[in-house]
Write a protein that binds this ligand. Structure first.
Ligand SMILES: [Zn+2]
Length: 214
């Protein structure tokens, strides 16, 4: 994803809606606080966290993680690199790639993650109500979600012994081809979209609606 995709060319400003939809609230705020220059044709956009000056989501994520106190384990770097390179090549929308990367890093706005930042808020799964809503619960553990994967013919139970979401995805996907990656990433995205409809629009969870367009 390039920074220009997050901007409105007509106003030379951020596309607030897209930035907020793509990043977590604290990440979006950091990005939206970056001032735009005047509309000057000599301006060149340059991202100083990558060698070639082109914006990459990973460099932004790394910078934001440092600023927000999230700890990345250095020993995981080469594995992280493998996962990142792999998923970035999958032919899905950039927004889905960013979401999936955040999911792999347990950095999506699940109730569990929100409750860690705001003590006292509900952390239970809004779909089944039986467990804490973590990233891995949403896409693997939740009983209602299992039927989504069986409908897609994706075996999410391989590597089920891994509790950390990135470990599980690596175990599950290491030898898989592009079609399986597309299924996994779009499946996770569709489940999250449906979950958001349940939480924010009060609709009832339905497997059919997970696959419904729009
Ligand atoms: Zn659940």
């Amino acid at each position: 994803m390039r920074v220009s995709e997050l901007m409105r060319p007509e106003t030379n400003g951020w596309n607030d809606e897209l930035v907020r939809a793509t990043f977590l609230a604290f990440e979006a705020n950091s990005i939206l606080n970056i001032r735009m220059g005047e509309n000057n044709p000599r301006d060149v956009w340059c991202w100083d966290l990558t060698r070639d000056g082109n914006y990459s989501v990973k460099s932004a994520y790394g910078a934001l993680s440092k600023g927000s106190g999230c700890q990345e384990e250095q020993s995981d770097y080469s594995r992280e690199e493998w996962l990142w390179k792999r998923l970035w090549k999958v032919p899905v929308l950039p927004r889905i790639k960013v979401f999936f990367w955040q999911l792999c890093n347990d950095a999506i706005a699940t109730r569990n993650n929100i409750a860690r930042r705001i003590p006292g808020t509900m952390d239970g799964c809004p779909i089944c109500g039986y467990d804490v809503e973590s990233g891995i619960h949403i896409v693997r553990e939740c009983s209602w979600v299992r039927s989504v994967w069986s409908g897609l013919g994706v075996d999410v139970l391989s590597g089920v012994g891994f509790d950390r979401i990135r470990d599980w995805i690596e175990a599950l996907m290491r030898d898989k081809g592009m079609a399986e990656w597309v299924e996994l990433m779009t499946g996770c995205w569709a489940i999250w979209e449906m979950r958001n409809k349940v939480v924010f629009d009060g609709v009832r969870w339905s497997v059919e609606d997970v696959f419904a367009p729009g």
